[in-house]
Design a protein. Structure first.
Length: 309
């Protein structure tokens, strides 16, 4: 199994790209990585794609039609198929899947090691997950993957706005969805587990509040309580009503409000100081939570009339 941190470089070589595509990565408590990257080329180098052979799966959400795609497996031509935008394909990388590059392509690729699937089953105390249902050349109409792919694509294009808690949360949801939908995994119902104890809630919130920039990972926080990431995330949501990354955004907005009562501090400085990527990021999150823009809220809080601005 290769490290997900090298996934972008491997995809660059596989598709003969000029540069390694950016990746978002999450890591489990046992050090197993899951990664996602965007592949896009309107003028590709034609020929057979390179190898990504690994003890892992590649889950690919297609964003562009790719008609008459020639697929190879184990070094031999396997079939031809019309790839449609919006469909999801699963590839078992142990079979060394490749394709003939002869037209523009655009996809979101998720790298999912088999060890990650083993890990979530072990942590949930459920039977091991067998092989995923990889029907080579068959595209799945998977609405959840389209939603996850769209969110991760936004994070790939605006990495400064995608804090590690959000990445971890989405990758956990992605892994669970793939395991359930294509691996037959059935996890224990959430109702069978309660929330965190009061001291755990207090400590977890203190840790999140001390890192408004969102550099802490779910794995780091969960490890402090000896919990798996999935268990911690569910228990935190039960106890607070919000998943960790949403709780963090609420705290950022709360901190921003406190600073916005100071008339002379620019919104751009406030945004950076409370963990947002920039003023635009602050405005987007603040408006979604509060219902008005930061500037409008500030005018109201300070009693400033429009004629004074």
């Amino acid at each position: 199994m290769a490290l997900a941190g090298t996934f972008g470089q491997r995809v660059k070589r596989q598709l003969s790209l000029a540069d390694a595509p950016p990746s978002l990565i999450t890591r489990s408590r046992r050090g197993v990585d899951v990664a996602v990257t965007e592949t896009l080329n309107s003028e590709p180098v034609e020929g057979l794609s390179g190898s990504l052979a690994d003890d892992a799966y590649l889950v690919s959400l297609k964003l562009q039609d790719y008609p008459d795609c020639e697929l190879w497996e184990h070094g031999k031509c396997f079939t031809k198929t019309d790839v449609r935008a919006g469909t999801t394909y699963l590839y078992d990388l142990r079979h060394d899947p490749r394709f003939v590059i002869d037209k523009p392509f655009h996809s979101v690729h998720f790298y999912l090691p088999r060890l990650m699937l083993d890990g979530i089953a072990r942590e949930a105390r459920t039977p091991p997950i067998g092989d995923l249902a990889c029907r080579y050349g068959f595209g799945h109409d998977d609405e959840i993957m389209r939603h996850v792919g769209a969110l991760m694509l936004e994070g790939l294009r605006r990495p400064a706005e995608a804090n590690q808690l959000f990445i971890d949360h989405m990758m956990l949801a992605f892994t669970a969805h793939i395991a359930q939908t294509y691996g037959g995994w059935q996890r224990v119902a959430d109702a069978a587990r309660g929330g965190l104890s009061p001291w755990q809630v207090r400590r977890a919130c203190e840790r999140l509040d001390s890192d408004l920039g969102g550099t802490l990972s779910l794995q780091q926080i969960a490890a402090e309580f000896g919990l798996s990431v999935s268990h911690f995330s569910r228990a935190f949501r039960i106890s607070t009503g919000l998943p960790p990354h949403q709780w963090l955004l609420r705290q950022r907005v709360k901190a921003a409000k406190q600073l916005m009562t100071l008339r002379d501090v620019p919104l751009s400085e406030i945004a950076i100081s409370v963990g947002f990527a920039n003023q635009s990021h602050l405005t987007k999150v603040f408006s979604a939570q509060v219902g008005v823009s930061p500037a409008a809220w500030r005018r109201e809080a300070l009693g400033i009339r429009d004629s004074e601005t």
